[in-house]
Design a binder for this molecule. Structure first.
Ligand SMILES: [Fe+2]
Ligand SMILES: [Fe+2]
Length: 301
């Protein structure tokens, strides 16, 4: 069987930031705006992102996963701009999105989030159905499970939460697909473990307990803006959780330049094989192949 390729990028933090109106800069947004004007506009560059996405598209992946933080201050105009960017990455059928904390920087309206809805809708949801998490999409040999950890928080906080309702629905969903042999990929913005309490997933323990009981083969996340591999306990062995740098980043402090991952997933007899390839900016120059790692082999029976 030929391998299916899943590309993963995250945290584009789209630039340029549309000019906010004065009344939009109350509370948390005012701090975020100052931060953007001072530092972040130098870090998150549209030309970097465009080069990365062009390279990703040239690899012709079977599907593309994006794990949130498309915008910065959750301004209405940013949502419109991000919809256009999403279309430049691919059609809604070929791109699956979950939102990040910056996409819920302040409480956002349905009108804003509905612009991205086609990219966050499960296969069984009808056109125009309200957004609902978790959602399930089947693509090639994959079952993609999208959850939303994006919740508005106080200034200086960037925590995430799935809340009881999503965890319960996740449990039900796993039970429904228990007998399916597909390769299961969980998409979530926040990492499942974090040393920094101001930006952690507050109900990570409950999610980890679910993953211990139900098979997930690969977890993809963003939020930390660094390359990372963590391993968590699953019913058939250890499960890799992979984080990527921001897709628009220039290297700064301890943060690396923009990169994305390509996962080649293939069935070999009774097991799944998953291989990770990293492509990213080397020394701020062109995108190049960095390395290939065999992540895991999942023995199904
Ligand atoms: Fe981010
Ligand atoms: Fe984030």
């Amino acid at each position: 069987m030929t391998a299916f390729t899943l590309a993963h990028l995250s945290d584009p933090h789209l630039a340029p930031l549309p000019a906010p109106r004065l009344h939009q800069l109350a509370g948390k947004r005012a701090l975020g705006y100052l931060n953007w004007r001072r530092d972040r506009h130098k870090i998150h560059r549209r030309d970097v992102l465009d080069t990365l996405v062009a390279d990703l598209r040239a690899q012709s992946p079977g599907h593309i996963a994006i794990t949130g933080d498309l915008v910065n201050l959750a301004l209405p105009d940013e949502f419109t701009q991000a919809r256009a960017w999403l279309e430049s990455v691919g059609a809604p059928a070929d791109v699956t999105l979950v939102p990040g904390n910056h996409d819920a920087y302040v409480r956002v309206t349905t009108k804003q989030t509905s612009q991205w809805a086609e990219y966050m809708r499960g296969d069984s949801a009808g056109t125009g159905a309200p957004l609902s998490f978790p959602f399930l999409r089947r693509r090639g040999p994959l079952t993609l499970i999208g959850v939303s950890s994006a919740v508005p928080t106080r200034p200086f906080m960037a925590t995430g939460s799935l809340r009881r309702s999503q965890l319960d629905m996740l449990e039900q969903g796993f039970s429904q697909i228990a007998d399916e042999p597909s390769f299961r990929v969980l998409l979530i913005h926040h990492p499942l473990s974090s040393k920094a309490s101001y930006k952690r997933l507050t109900d990570a323990d409950a999610l980890l307990a679910l993953i211990k009981r139900h098979r997930v083969d690969l977890i993809l996340h963003g939020h930390d803006h660094v390359r990372s591999t963590m391993w968590f306990e699953g019913p058939l062995g250890r499960v890799p959780a992979i984080g990527v740098p921001s897709a628009s980043a220039t290297p700064h402090r301890n943060y690396p330049a923009a990169a994305y991952n390509l996962f080649s997933i293939s069935r070999e007899g009774d097991s799944w094989r998953c291989e990770q390839r990293v492509r990213g900016f080397a020394d701020g120059a062109a995108v190049e192949k960095a390395e290939v790692t065999e992540l895991q082999r999942v023995q199904l029976i």
